[in-house]
Ligand binder design. Structure first.
Ligand code: HEC
Ligand code: HEC
Length: 309
């Protein structure tokens, strides 16, 4: 056993001989005490930790005591130590909020006072309005119109320049404030397409014919003979709302039937269903839930989405 150990040291000395000078001086550490741990010839010195290190420990302890005294720190049974400075994260947030509110107040007041047209002509106010409208949209409107306001079946896309009820500032404002076919609001937008089959105004075959005629507006596949008969039915039953040439009528919320934008769909089965049963899409009147300033902001936000008129 002891033989083996001396062997090992010998081996180490041979290595030492081959080491460069500066490395050797490092190994010259026999004078330090060791902890007695040794592994594979490597020994562990028993040296105190550096002084700077020790001092940084002491400093952190002093800092921690000061912190505990100055700030909320120790949980108690029903409460916590409040700290001498009286700081709280809740207080900090409400202070930030009131600063932000103060900064916004002048804009909110200006929005309240200005007309939609004035706001849209004022770049600063407009930026503020559109940002506010965007967040109000995310809270109140996305569940129906989609997060990008692109809509879905029965819920119009608000980004394009196809409008059911008009894309001028005032039109959009009215749609939002009073809703669409929303009975609880006196000034709601109202006009309803008859359910031509349910209400026994037209026969099944008439509806098939007029559906073919509607498809002919935008050159979708259709049976020309049926469409020819459909044209007569259209003139008598539909033109009063959708127009002689199918371009629609925003006064009555009647969609343009000649373009590629469809609220419910353009395939024959869907058209037959729309004409037979009608659809009667409903949108809530937001003046019941939202402040007028917010409705203005929403109006400007939607108007700014590219489809404003
Ligand atoms: C419950 C579903 C629903 C919610 C929520 C909703 N809408 Fe609508 N919105 C509709 C429907 C349905 C229509 C289409 C009604 C129709 O067929 O004429 C519509 C139509 C509109 C129109 C008219 C579009 C046009 O082409 O003329 C505007 C503008 C509009 N919505 C804005 C909003 C805004 C802003 C909000 C949020 C404050 C909102 N909507 C929330 C269902 C909704
Ligand atoms: C009183 C007015 C009125 C009359 C008459 C009327 N419509 Fe409509 N039509 C509307 C309105 C309003 C809508 C939108 C319905 C909704 O959103 O609920 C609509 C929607 C439609 C749609 C759906 C368009 C889409 O984008 O998906 C079609 C198709 C249509 N009408 C065809 C007809 C045909 C065909 C007739 C005649 C047989 C007719 N309408 C008569 C008012 C009318």
């Amino acid at each position: 056993m002891s033989n083996k150990k001396t062997d090992k040291y010998k081996q180490q000395e041979t290595i030492l001989d081959e080491l460069p000078e500066h490395e050797k001086s490092r190994m010259d550490a026999e004078d330090y005490a060791t902890t007695g741990h040794e592994w594979d010839g490597i020994r562990e010195f028993d040296k105190p930790i550096p002084r700077w290190w020790l001092w940084s420990y002491y400093l952190s302890i002093i800092w921690a005591i000061g912190y505990v005294i100055a700030y909320p720190a120790i949980p108690l049974i029903n409460d916590y130590s409040k700290g001498l400075l009286g700081w709280s994260s809740r207080g900090a947030v409400s202070e930030e909020i009131s600063i932000a509110k103060l900064a916004q107040a002048k804009y909110v007041d200006a929005l309240k006072a200005a007309s939609l047209g004035d706001i849209s002509a004022n770049e600063q106010l407009m930026t503020f309005a559109v940002e506010g409208g965007k967040s109000a949209f995310a809270v109140n409107c996305v569940q129906c119109h989609g997060s990008g306001a692109t809509g879905s079946k029965g819920y119009p896309n608000l980004n394009d320049d196809e409008w059911l009820w008009g894309g001028k500032l005032e039109d959009i404002y009215t749609s939002i404030a009073h809703g669409i076919r929303y009975d609880e609001n006196e000034d709601t937008r109202y006009s309803e397409m008859p359910a031509f089959l349910q209400d026994e105004i037209l026969e099944k075959q008439d509806i098939l014919n007029v559906a073919n005629f509607v498809r002919s507006f935008s050159n979708l596949d259709h049976d020309a003979n049926l469409a020819l008969q459909g044209a007569v039915i259209y003139a008598e039953n539909c033109a009063s709302c959708h127009g002689d040439n199918g371009k629609g009528d925003q006064e009555q919320g009647a969609p343009n039937l000649t373009d590629a934008v469809w609220l419910y769909g353009s395939d024959q089965a869907t058209l037959v269903k729309t004409i037979s049963n009608s659809r009667r899409g409903v949108m809530p009147a937001w003046s019941h839930h939202l402040d007028d300033t917010v409705i203005k902001q929403l109006t400007l936000f939607i108007h700014s989405r590219g489809g404003g008129q």
